[in-house]
Design a binder for this molecule. Structure first.
Ligand SMILES: O=C(O)CCC(=O)C(=O)O
Ligand SMILES: [Fe+2]
Length: 343
């Protein structure tokens, strides 16, 4: 089978995943050239020197290993230090709508082509969640030390217990793991800072009440070691298909691919740095998305160890030194719905 036959078997989403996943060129981040027209880089710092991505050489022509054409070379005009690293091109995000957030910060609206999701309804979601069987550890598993497990942990639950393999919540338990009130406060504050009428001027997807009643009750904390990925998916196990999902990034930067309702459409790469916040809401909740790459060498310097670190802070910093953490807060039960007896 020829190379071109092989590539036509893949969806556009899969091809983008393969591009960003590719670690064949050691110490080289994937080239951005193919995607630069659509790349969203949320918090482009004013000084490149302050940007761990720049330090990691993301913008360097040396990282264009997979591109043979020499016709695109904004790099060649770099001076001094910049010549070594490559100059960061002015990537345009001008086609994105910029919004003034109520807390004075700036946000951007990315509109994937998606249809509104249908309200699944309590019965269906309960039926779906009934298929949750819990995790039965295989008896072939060997004992592991805590540090071995720390390298393997993929996610933890806050609130209702979520199982990635079945994409369902365990609603059989009466009381979920408590959702940390401080985290709920942060997520509510983030959501309240969004002028929703400007985000959804032509749709009513329920945003009119979010300022009062958005209250995340569940969070998935995803842990990614360098080299680990999250495949394309849509999160649709929550009762309301449109309510905000607040996603916070910590540690290494990552590429999140944001597609449409079809995997056949090419996704848009979004750089998520430590501290970035992505909110998925309304129709946007129906978009395929995934994380094909943790960008090595991009840990902000403030995660470096300090003499004064407590033991727990030192352990956290050791973990994050090769990892990214994503906190993904959702509201499973909108107002008026509660877990009913489903047994
Ligand atoms: O890691 C991320 O940024 C995305 C995680 C995600 O899509 C999810 O938890 O549903
Ligand atoms: Fe997701």
């Amino acid at each position: 089978m020829s190379e071109s036959d092989k590539t036509t078997q893949y969806t556009a989403f899969r091809l983008a995943e393969k591009h960003f996943k590719n670690r064949a060129s050691r110490d080289k981040l994937p080239s951005l050239r193919k995607y630069q027209d659509t790349l969203v880089d949320l918090s482009r710092p004013h000084r490149q020197e302050d940007d761990p991505l720049w330090h990691a050489g993301w913008w360097s022509p040396l990282n264009d290993a997979d591109v043979k054409s020499a016709s695109w070379m904004p790099w060649t005009f770099g001076k001094g230090k910049e010549r070594d690293k490559g100059e960061r091109p002015e990537l345009s995000i001008s086609e994105l709508k910029e919004i003034q957030l109520k807390d004075g910060k700036v946000g951007w609206i990315v509109e994937p082509e998606t249809e509104p999701g249908s309200v699944i309804g309590y019965e269906e979601i309960v039926a779906r969640n009934k298929s949750w069987t819990g995790d039965i550890p295989s008896d072939k598993l060997k004992e592991k030390t805590v540090s071995q497990l720390m390298g393997e942990i993929r996610w933890a639950n806050l609130g209702w217990v979520y199982q990635w393999s079945t994409k369902s919540y365990d609603l059989s338990r009466e009381i979920p793991i408590p959702f940390p009130p401080e985290l709920a406060k942060i997520c509510r504050k983030v959501s309240a800072s969004v002028p929703w009428a400007e985000v959804w001027p032509a749709h009513s997807c329920g945003w009119e009440t979010w300022e009062e009643d958005y209250a995340p009750d569940t969070g998935i904390v995803n842990f990614y070691q360098e080299g680990q990925t999250l495949m394309a998916h849509v999160d649709r196990s929550e009762l309301d298909p449109a309510r905000p999902l607040v996603s916070l990034s910590l540690g290494h930067s990552a590429i999140l691919l944001l597609g449409t309702t079809s995997r056949q459409d090419p996704p848009r790469p979004i750089v998520l740095r430590s501290g970035d916040c992505l909110i998925m809401s309304g129709n946007g909740r129906q978009a395929y998305h995934g994380v094909p790459r943790i960008l090595e060498g991009t840990l902000p310097s403030h995660f470096g160890p300090l003499e004064t670190d407590t033991d727990s802070m030192a352990a956290i910093k050791r973990f994050i030194s090769s990892a990214r953490i994503n906190i993904n807060a959702r509201q499973v039960f909108p107002p008026g719905f509660q877990r009913r007896d489903i047994t």
